[in-house]
Ligand binder design. Sequence first.
Ligand SMILES: Cc1cc2nc3c(=O)[nH]c(=O)nc-3n(C[C@H](O)[C@H](O)[C@H](O)COP(=O)(O)O)c2cc1C
Length: 190
Amino acid sequence: MSVSRVVVGVSGASGAAIPVRILECLAEIEGIETHLVVSNAARRTLAQEVGPDALGRMLSLATRNHAIDNVGAPIASGSFTTAGMIVAPCSMRSLAGIATGLSDTLLIRAADVHLKERRRLILLTRETPLHLGHLRNMCVVTEMGAIVMPPVPAFYHRPASVEEIIDYLAVRAIDLLGLPIAPLAREWQG
Ligand SMILES: Cc1cc2nc3c(=O)[nH]c(=O)nc-3n(C[C@H](O)[C@H](O)[C@H](O)COP(=O)(O)O)c2cc1C
């Protein structure tokens, strides 16, 4: 069976529970190899928003973990083939780095590689409200081929808990990768 590699980048915006759920979902799917890179600021938001065990749980869920300063990791090279990358959540700092090709961290470099190799890049950009620079950076990355998916909940499914909202955002982000699997998100039937 062929293996699909997925890179999960976690930066220091609010919504740290989302990548934990993304990794839980991906770990349940056969034939997926996950590569995790967590920014230094994300270590803080994970501890603040999810708890002291969150980082350890994510590290244990991922197939491979890469240090944020290891710009020589396999995911820093276009020759290392992947099915796509999700940055969840994506801070305005990391967004700016991706928009300008700054590539000073492994997370931003891996995102840059996905853009240059014309692979799927899903950015769960999170800030509110947004200034013109944030909005412009979202336009720039969209023009370069990324999919901007702010983690905005849908209410038509009538979520009963925060966990349901997080679950919905996680599966929608995974579905956007276009992996060779059935969609995970429940379809709206009208
Ligand atoms: C609790 C907490 C919540 C934060 N929420 C956001 C946010 O929602 N969006 C954002 O762009 N930055 C947010 N920040 C600030 C970023 O962590 C900061 O800009 C950091 O430099 C981002 O670095 P990174 O992109 O390498 O993770 C938050 C910081 C903390 C401590």
